[in-house]
Design a protein around this ligand. Structure first.
Ligand SMILES: [Zn+2]
Length: 356
């Protein structure tokens, strides 16, 4: 028995890289980007992680990468407040047609240059980007046309990664839980789920086994934007996503048994649930034994052949977020990898005994 373990995506950037990004020395930056991806992939390999990522070293943020350099984008979109008082603001679309300026496959290809290991790629959800359409509308470019363009582009973003041997393609849906805070009726959440399903429904069953969705209470500077929203209200709607893999923040939840029970009641046959076993917003490094015990407990609720592990979130979803050091991030990843291996052995023994 081998319980799969995968990262979410981002790793903190080095101070040198951040300085180069802010000084916009483009020639030097390209060199530093290559070096950063190579160093990150190599550090990933040292943890024993069977699946690696590019650490999102060359992305400004997990949400806005398709928009960078786009001519029809301006500042002043929706503000997302975090518990510690800081906020992030989305840009606004100024005119149609909407097209991505950057596709995620470029990050995948760069990482693949430096490793023979399977590389996982994150993409942003259609629902997150749907928020850049201005509330007042755009003359000659109705919202329905924008949504159709958006779904086409999101599908293209995913398909290119699948066609280029991505191990998995994970859609980041961090606004899911937040939506319940902004609209407690759940209508917005249902709308987001429907929108993303319009993307997932364009793929075959076989392709959907390589597609996943990641949710969390939104990480930034070690703070969150929706951890106060009851997870057990969110999960039943989430499991209506037509997708093969769920990457769920879990380690930082206070009532884990309640979460496990909700997952058990709502997950469907054939779906994999990757539980976060390391808390990315805490500097305390989990021990491998602690990770092992987290998994053993989860296996009482989730069938072991549908159980996997991950980190609660990326370690630095926005490039300027250096609240966690690279050393801490990789130490946590090592604990996840080793703890998952320990749990696999114990569970294999247990199920071998049962089947005899
Ligand atoms: Zn996350």
């Amino acid at each position: 028995m081998n319980i799969p373990t995968e990262p979410i995506g981002s790793i903190p950037r080095t101070a040198e890289l951040l300085e180069a990004i802010s000084s916009s020395d483009s020639e030097n930056l390209e060199k530093l980007y290559n070096h950063a991806v190579e160093a990150t992939v190599s550090a990933f390999e040292k943890t024993g992680s069977p699946v690696v990522t590019d650490g999102e070293q060359t992305k400004a943020s997990f949400v806005t990468y398709p928009l960078h350099g786009s001519p029809n984008i301006t500042e002043g979109g929706m503000k997302i407040p975090f518990a510690d008082g800081h906020f992030r603001q989305l840009p606004l679309l100024t005119k149609g047609p909407f097209r991505y300026k950057n596709y995620a496959v470029q990050y995948l290809k760069k990482a693949q240059q430096f490793t023979g290991k399977p590389v996982k790629q994150a993409v942003i959800s259609a629902s997150a980007l749907s928020l850049i359409y201005p509330p007042g509308g755009i003359e000659g470019y109705p919202q329905e046309t924008f949504i159709e363009d958006l779904i086409n582009e999101c599908e293209k973003d995913i398909r290119q990664c699948l066609n280029n041997s991505a191990w998995k393609v994970q859609m980041d849906f961090t606004e899911g839980r937040l939506s319940l805070k902004l609209d407690p009726s759940g209508n917005v959440l249902q709308h987001f789920v429907d929108l993303n399903n319009r993307v997932f429904n364009r793929f075959s069953d076989e392709e959907r086994k390589r597609l996943g969705i990641h949710v969390c209470p939104g990480g930034g500077h070690d703070s969150t934007n929706s951890a106060d929203i009851d997870y057990t209200r969110f999960l039943p709607v989430l499991f209506k996503m037509n997708v093969g893999n769920y990457y769920l923040q879990y380690a930082s939840e206070t009532d884990r048994k309640k979460v496990l029970q909700t997952v058990k009641e709502n997950m469907k046959p054939g779906q994999m649930v990757f539980l976060g076993v390391t808390d990315v917003n805490s500097s305390r490094i989990e021990s491998k034994e602690e990770v092992r015990d987290t998994i053993i407990e989860a296996a009482e609720y989730i069938p072991v052949n549908q159980l996997g592990t991950t980190d609660d979130c990326g370690f630095s979803p926005f490039c300027d977020d250096i609240s966690t050091t690279r050393e801490t991030a990789f130490a946590k990843i090592t604990a996840r990898v080793e703890g998952t291996k320990m749990a696999s052995q114990i569970l294999a023994q247990k199920y071998h005994t049962i089947s005899q």
